[in-house]
Write a protein that binds this ligand. Structure first.
Ligand SMILES: [Zn+2]
Ligand SMILES: [Zn+2]
Length: 91
């Protein structure tokens, strides 16, 4: 049984990743986009309206600039790790 993210959890995760990514470049980085796509898949319902403001314009999307660390990549990794350890439904 797949566990889904609530709207509140999704909002929190998105705000956290933006807060931890000071460089605007990281908001259009494919790492951020990968994370966004994953959260969208894991959300309990269709949250198009929630996600669309965060989605970068396709024209601006670029591969990772090699920021070390890249905050969205880090957030994505820890999200996946947490997901394997704890059921988000129990948070
Ligand atoms: Zn980056
Ligand atoms: Zn990156």
């Amino acid at each position: 049984m797949p566990s889904k993210l609530s709207i509140d959890q999704t909002h929190k995760l998105l705000d956290e990743v933006l807060a931890s990514s000071p460089l605007e470049e990281c908001h259009t980085c494919e790492c951020f986009l990968g994370y966004l796509t994953r959260l969208e898949l894991d959300a309990e319902q269709d949250l198009q309206a929630l996600f669309s403001p965060y989605k970068p314009d396709k024209a601006f999307i670029h591969s990772c600039l090699g920021c070390d660390p890249c905050p969205p990549a880090d957030a994505f990794a820890s999200y996946l790790k947490a997901k394997n350890l704890i059921d988000p439904a129990s948070l």
